[in-house]
Write a protein that binds this ligand. Structure first.
Ligand SMILES: [Zn+2]
Length: 211
């Protein structure tokens, strides 16, 4: 039988007290964003009741409430949408792929899941057609907000130092980009996405649509 969260915590805590934490060689990696060599793991806190997430049940959900705002949603169709980040960023491409309807990952209908997978693939194709990037990085945590949002990020082509799991940290520590420049790039990707996937941009006077 799989161990419970409490059993996991007890076992790991016992091991930590005897052997201490492991020391992954992150600071030796060429992708480590910081110049510090000393890292110490925080004390492990016991499991607690899961905190309610923002927008739980579709109530006061920021993604739902703002999905009609062209300043937020830069591409959409009947099932899925692409949103610009609320916070400032530094990378060539940062966006969110989300269902139009309020749903978490395991709540998607077959049609939503199929279209989301297709758009995930075509968004990379469109972004790589338009921007000087090698690929999109994709991740989903879902610990803060309930409305499913895949993070889509890309580093500039050839920026080997930004490869891998530290990319979100690099996005936070590098100088913030003018949000208008990011939006201009997102709109260019959206226009290309309309060509390869249909849907509608929300870029304003220059927006394109095939549906
Ligand atoms: Zn929602």
């Amino acid at each position: 039988m799989p161990e419970s969260a409490a059993e996991w915590f007890d076992r790991v805590s016992e091991s930590l007290s005897s052997d201490g934490p492991r020391h992954p060689p992150w600071t030796q990696w060429s992708t480590w964003p910081f110049d510090n060599d000393e890292l110490s793991a925080r004390a492990l806190e016991p499991p607690q009741p899961e905190a309610p997430r923002r927008g739980a049940g579709g109530v006061d959900c920021e993604q739902c409430d703002r999905r009609s705002e062209p300043s937020y949603i830069f591409w959409r169709d009947d099932l899925v949408m692409l949103g610009a980040p609320f916070q400032v960023t530094s990378l060539p491409f940062v966006a969110f792929l989300m269902p139009w309807r309020h749903a978490d990952l395991s709540d998607l209908t077959d049609d939503e899941a199929a279209r989301m997978g297709q758009i995930l693939m075509l968004a990379e194709r469109a972004a790589c057609d338009v921007l000087d990037i090698p690929r999109l990085q994709v991740f989903r945590w879902g610990d803060g907000a309930e409305h499913l949002h895949w993070w889509l990020m890309a580093r500039p082509r050839g920026m080997a130092q930004l490869r891998g799991t530290f990319l979100p940290m690099w996005d936070d520590v590098l100088p913030a980009r003018d949000p208008r420049d990011l939006r201009s790039d997102l709109d260019a990707v959206a226009a290309r996405l309309v060509e390869v996937a249909g849907g509608t941009t929300t870029a304003g006077p220059n927006s394109a649509s095939t549906q």
